[in-house]
Write a protein that binds this ligand. Structure first.
Ligand SMILES: Cc1cc2nc3c(=O)[nH]c(=O)nc-3n(C[C@H](O)[C@H](O)[C@H](O)COP(=O)(O)OP(=O)(O)OC[C@H]3O[C@@H](n4cnc5c(N)ncnc54)[C@H](O)[C@@H]3O)c2cc1C
Ligand code: FES
Length: 291
């Protein structure tokens, strides 16, 4: 069965105003990547703040700048805490790395369309998540949600690619997910002496999938654009309908709520029409050079 999924719009906090959020803890995941547990200073905001898997916040370091960062924690935390997994690449992320537990960042959000779980929940769909490198961070909230609502889905698979074994994110937690019945496959570009798994890129893992119910499978893909492109091609070769494949387009953002035009991608403003986009909508734009 192929259904025509649609994204239900999520109420956006369309504002430039940041709210102070305290860093509650910092966990170094792998080299240059850490997960920050955060909580709004305002108790009322901390209590009421909600987000959906796939959405992002704008994190502001005063005097330095603002960056878009996806949620990487459970969407339904009772404590009001939320998690961001951040790779240090430049000015603002360097400034975030210099912060310590107890210090604050400005946070506004959540922004963007979530992963389309509501489209598939309760319809007996299998869901495959495909992550390249840090692309696992925006998919981790999906794993939490799928596990929480396990009975509403069929087979759940997670295909993970990383440059090397030491670059695999959330390794311990992934072992726990495996024990909970998620089918996990990992691959690395470059193996080391202790690696006995697959070597190669993530699309190869899709090529090797067996028993996929083509009319009842959704695939959610997150990672570098080239990885998402080839993953979607592999999924289509397998027989999946492009309307069942979703990608997260992480282009540069500024306002986050459709006002500045900074994230325009063809007819879409990725901050509000994305970052999660259906493959049949993304494909034609990806082919346009420099778009
Ligand atoms: C919707 C969305 C969700 C994101 N989620 C996360 C996340 O969960 N964790 C995380 O670490 N990062 C995430 N990013 C990327 C993050 O926003 C950038 O890494 C950050 O803006 C870099 O800022 P900077 O000032 O540290 O580096 P800059 O000095 O601005 O840039 C340093 C280098 O990083 C490159 N770069 C900048 N922005 C991006 C980008 N969006 N994608 C790829 N390369 C970029 C630049 O081209 C440059 O080479 C997300 C981006 C978007 C749009
Ligand atoms: S970031 Fe301003 S319109 Fe999207």
């Amino acid at each position: 069965m192929t259904i025509a999924p649609s994204l239900s719009p999520v109420p956006q906090q369309g504002s430039w105003q940041s709210h102070p959020a305290e860093i509650v803890s910092i966990l170094e995941e792998i080299e240059t990547v850490s997960t920050y547990r955060m909580r709004f200073r305002d108790p009322e905001l901390a209590r009421s703040y909600r987000f959906k898997a796939g959405q992002f916040n704008m994190l502001y370091v005063p005097g330095c700048g603002e960056v878009a960062i996806s949620h990487s924690g459970p969407p339904d935390s009772d404590t009001g805490d939320f998690l961001h997994t951040i790779r240090v690449v430049g000015r603002v992320t360097e400034a975030i790395r210099a912060l310590e537990v107890g210090e604050t960042l400005g946070v506004r959000g959540p922004f963007g369309n979530p992963w389309p779980l509501e489209t598939y929940r309760g319809r007996g769909f299998d869901v495959f998540l495909v992550a390249g490198g840090l692309g696992l961070a925006p998919l981790r909230p999906v794993v939490y949600q799928l596990l929480k609502e396990r009975d509403h889905y069929g087979r759940i698979g997670l295909l993970i690619g990383a440059r090397s074994p030491s670059m695999l994110l959330y390794s311990e937690e992934i072992r726990a997910w495996e024990s909970s019945g998620i089918e996990i496959q990992r691959t690395v570009d470059r193996a080391d002496r202790d690696w006995h798994g697959s070597v190669g890129t993530v699309p190869l893992l899709i090529d090797r999938l067996r028993g996929v119910r083509l009319d009842r499978t959704a695939m959610l893909v997150c990672g570098p654009e080239v990885m998402m492109h080839y993953s979607a091609q592999s999924a289509i070769r397998l027989g999946l309908d492009p309307s069942a494949i979703w990608v997260s387009m992480e282009r540069n953002m500024q306002c986050g709520f459709g006002h500045c035009g900074h994230c325009q991608w063809g007819s879409l403003f990725l901050c509000k029409d994305g970052p999660v986009v259906r493959w049949d909508s993304a494909f034609s734009k990806m082919r346009v050079r420099d778009l």
